[in-house]
Design a protein around this ligand. Sequence first.
Ligand code: SRM
Ligand code: SF4
Length: 569
Amino acid sequence: MTEVVPEDFEKRAEVERIKDKSHYLRGTLLQSLNDPLTGALADDDTQLSKFHGIYQQDDRDLRDERRRQKLEPHYQFMVRIRVPGGICTPSQWLEVDRIANTWCNRSIRLTTRQAYQLHGVIKRNLKKTIAEINAALMDTIAACGDVNRNVMCNPNPYQSRLHEDVYEYTRRLSDHFTPRTTAYHEIWLDEELVSSSRKDEEPIYGKYYLPRKFKTAVAVPPSNDVDLFANDLGFIAIAENDRLTGFNVTAGGGLSMTHGEEATYPRLADVIGYCPKSKTLQVAEEIIKIQRDYGDRTHRKHARFKYTIEDRGIEWLKYELNQRLGWSLEAPRPFLFEHSGDRYGWVEGTNDTWHYTLFIQNGRIADTQDYPLMTGLREIARVHDGDFRLTANQNLIIGRVSANRKSVVDALLDKYRLAATFQQTGLRLNAMACVAFPTCGLAMAESERYLPSLIDKLDVIIKEAGLDNDPILMRMTGCPNGCARSPLGEIGLIGKAPGKYNLYLGAGFHGQRLNKLYRENINEAQILAELTPLLHRYAHERSLGEHFGDFVIRTGYVKEVLTGKDFHS
Ligand code: SRM
Ligand code: SF4
């Protein structure tokens, strides 16, 4: 691809300049890593490190104290490990566990996009950490940055044969869109430096990469556990006789917004047509190139694909895509999503194997005195002969357990008291919180550290109302970026300030509808006061099978949100 300086270059966002002069994501990362005077990277390198799966953070609990002591912030790094489709081996699990306990804060975070996050790595240990991750045949490249991120796939153990086919496409998508620059290998794995005269090629992205992050997911109906419509690009598996024939293609999802800025809003993807499976990569590549060419590079808050589509129209996208493909997508095929959550406990798969879905509160794996989760999973990994599957709801599937190991796994689940975890209310089992404090630099309010105690209080109401086993989707985020997909919560809580949240209601149970603002800037007492009568009324007045999100719309608490632009109106 010829790299001409774009006409509008002067107007472009600062990150575009950083990408431009980075020599395909190298920047001065090596010098930054070797600078002993600070625990931080140089400013520009903090942007580039994201493309390598690394975020510079500082411990926000310590910020004020460090400032008082006139020390630089307590810099540390978050490392995101890509796990395409969320599947990894027991030995990879053991390595992630070991690395977390050696170089990080002794915990593992399963993310809402089926990846691992490790927190608390200090700069001098960063290179070792990344090298060890790669030695375990995993990587961190493109886990963040303006590229296609970890490709999600429904880890569905219920339709194993179809799932195998679909997973194969997930891997291909992931590989196809992994950046080609050798910078990652040079910087983190000490592979031979590419001479500066040699030109790296990024055949798909070009040297400016994409205008913004880009997210892809693959779903297998009836489960929409990947929240497909929240993704820039999505593929809905269409099968005949349990064999994959192709995909309905979706485009233009994204959940972030900024408080008080109506020009920013969450948007769910549109289904734009059907493609046979042999054309999957071609379709994905052309869509990504359309966003590469037309996405707004001047304004980061307007740079996601959802805004490219909003500005130009979905019909424009279809036309542009068909032109580039040289053939047209077919009309979408019928499909039905029934739920977006995980189903817990054992299910039987194919080939005499079993799968166990374990509830992991907010995706955090650590040991506490009462609950040795990390140790228990380590012991299971040591005897497990199948795989581990990270779900998009921050849970874990101990997958493909052979029939003769099932009782061994059961014994360990019992020994470490892990099996009892899904005897929780439907509210807790379907809740998600983003990371937020103390590591996330963008958090305005607590999320992961707070949601469990809020649910303790809500559980009292839930039990009084007799809703113990009803799955109600609750999503909390510490800011409106929506990392735990808060705009898709039947109950959504989005942080505004310490201890204060906006309360949203009415999202669809299958991930098919956004929620709507109900109360603004309220504290815990107000949240409980608002939700108590509502939950009781739901228990008494719902119609058969009616989900909470549908109920609050039918009974007039909030208006149904039909398009992203309706979100604020
Ligand atoms: Fe996210 C930024 C955590 C899923 C929208 N997200 C961040 C950062 C890196 C904060 C930062 O930029 O400094 C957070 C790191 C916190 C920490 O300390 O670990 C962060 N996001 C997460 C994770 C770990 C939340 C979790 O609890 O699991 C998820 C990691 C996913 C992964 O493995 O790749 C995560 N983020 C999401 C999702 C949900 C999804 O993709 O399904 C969204 C909403 C969907 C979307 O993208 O529209 C999301 N994160 C954002 C945004 C807003 C993007 C935008 O369009 O404006 C930011 C901020 C940004 O990019 O500027 C962000
Ligand atoms: Fe941080 Fe906001 Fe994402 Fe939560 S939603 S992890 S607070 S960026």
